[in-house]
Design a protein around this ligand. Structure first.
Ligand SMILES: [Zn+2]
Ligand SMILES: [Zn+2]
Length: 504
């Protein structure tokens, strides 16, 4: 029996290797598990999986220079954002200055040290670490003799990236500001403006980054002696691209089946538990214990979801009046005071998104158990949405952290955090871990191959037919059939990156 249920014709033991197509790279789609040949792309285009529409590669014309320049600017703005005051509040002549990190301090002093640690990590430590790791890799690659360990910082960068939440904090600060103007005279500090610019720069840096290009450069620079890893997508490299599929280190790996790395997406020959020859991560055909871990995490999240909405997230006392605030109570307040857009932001981030995440993951788990091929492609898209929007639920936690740090005027006005905030932060973290633990390829594995391909390729064929009718379809001159090559759905990416970069 083939270890690779996906492609028994191509990857089973004793079967011939996948034929090497000049200038093409083997990739496993991280969302549906399809093995594809990624052909060289024109600059600033995206390659998408023909079966599930996942982005397999964002090919950027300046993969080193643009993120380096944007990353350096972001680092400078990060220092400004952290060092200058963020808000200045005046209440009856008593001023109070707060910094981005003040919330963590106030929450810790009130005894919510776990919330304080979470705020400190997501707003200060992880963004700093993320920028430093990225700059280390990008600067290291420009050195005449790049260090051999550059794959490590880039691997860590990929793991911690979702936990840097400065742009989420920006929206939380906006919501807090609207609540504070009712209470006192509020002035926006220089750090707030810097934070706005920093958020834009961080998004631009992410969009300019081509992780595949960085991995190719890392492996090419420090593994020059290993021809198996030398990039075969360079111009002129096609003729010497013989060992397209490297093997993981170890005696058993040479005849092992193909396995895709979940971190750098290199397809190599290896078995579960071997190390990826490019980034050093442990290889797993599928995420280990994915279903059991996801069930455990979403069950815990559902249990916490009830107290998170039932108990107040903070207690607001102004001149002896006021009382506890729940999440839904906050939404109602915004509606009553006419702040419809803010009510919508808080409702979407704090009520709708956690619910969508829990129901979405639940439907995906049940789909795997039922071996259902119903809307397989749409469920895979839903997974991408759930994975991407999870962190935005942190808005309410950041609102509490800002208000708690700003409003400390004794009997005049005081805001303190309540247990609901802790439960709510727990829901957000557990659902983020659950999305990370779930392996969407299991949804495709659960379906027999003929139904799997029908669920995906029919749609791809339909897209192609639509494109043909619209006059946009360009025949594949290499004569590659459907499903063999990705990039047939190559789409132009947003323009704006510099001229083609010289890759030394
Ligand atoms: Zn796919
Ligand atoms: Zn790898």
């Amino acid at each position: 029996m083939s270890l690779f249920g996906l492609l028994p014709d191509e990857a089973g033991p004793g079967r011939p290797n996948i034929p090497v197509l000049p200038g093409r790279r083997l990739r496993e789609c991280p969302h549906c598990g399809k093995l594809l040949h990624l052909r060289p792309l024109p600059p600033d285009t995206d390659a998408r999986c023909p079966r599930c529409d996942a982005v397999l590669r964002r090919n950027r014309s300046a993969p080193l220079t643009a993120p380096l320049a944007l990353g350096c600017a972001a680092f400078a703005l990060y220092l400004v954002t952290m060092m200058l005051p963020f808000l200045e509040l005046h209440l009856l002549g008593r001023p109070r200055l707060v910094w981005v990190a003040s919330g963590a301090d106030s929450l810790t002093q009130e005894g919510y040290w776990a919330l304080g640690a979470l705020v400190l990590a997501t707003l200060v430590l992880v963004p700093l670490l993320k920028l430093l790791l990225l700059l280390t890799v990008l600067v290291g690659l420009r050195l005449p003799r790049p260090p051999r360990w550059l794959h490590l910082p880039f691997r860590w960068y990929r793991h911690i990236a979702p936990w840097a939440m400065l742009e989420v904090f920006l929206f939380g600060a906006l919501v807090s500001y609207t609540r504070l103007v009712d209470l006192a005279d509020v002035q926006i500090g220089a750090a707030a403006i810097a934070l706005g610019a920093l958020s834009l720069l961080l998004v631009a840096t992410d969009s300019a980054l081509d992780p595949e290009a960085i991995w190719e450069m890392v492996s090419r620079r420090h593994l020059d002696e290993d021809p198996a890893l030398v990039d075969d997508t360079r111009p002129g490299a096609a003729a010497t691209a013989a060992p397209a599929v490297p093997a993981a280190p170890g005696p058993r790996a040479a005849r092992a089946p193909l396995i895709g790395c979940h971190c750098c997406h290199l397809v190599s020959r290896g078995r579960d538990g071997d190390h990826c020859p490019r980034c050093g991560s442990r290889l797993h055909r599928r995420k280990p214990n994915s279903i059991a871990r996801t069930w455990a995490l979403i069950t815990a999240a559902v249990v916490l979801y009830v107290p998170a909405n039932y108990y107040p997230v903070m207690n607001v006392i102004t001149l002896g009046q006021g009382g506890p605030h729940t999440i839904l109570g906050g939404v109602e307040e915004f509606i009553e005071s006419g702040f419809w857009p803010l009510a919508l932001i808080v409702f979407l981030a704090s009520v709708a998104v956690p619910m969508l995440k829990l129901l979405g993951l639940l439907s995906m788990l049940l789909g795997v158990h039922a071996r259902s091929d119903l809307r397989l492609r749409d469920r895979t898209r839903l997974y991408r949405v759930v994975d991407a929007i999870g962190r935005w639920s942190m808005i309410d936690v950041f609102v509490v952290s800002v208000l708690v740090s700003v409003v400390h005027f004794g009997r005049l006005a005081n805001i303190v955090a309540e247990n609901g905030a802790l439960c709510f932060a727990g829901v957000v973290i557990l659902t983020m871990f659950a999305a990370e633990a779930f392996d969407p390829r299991l949804m495709w594995d659960a379906v027999p191959p003929h139904r799997r391909d029908r669920a995906g390729q029919d749609r791809a064929g339909q897209d192609r037919a639509d494109a043909y009718r619209a006059g946009r379809y360009r025949a594949d001159r290499d004569g590659t059939g459907p499903g063999e090559a990705a990039g047939n759905a190559a789409r132009p990416a947003p323009a704006g990156h510099g001229a083609a970069e010289r890759r030394a």
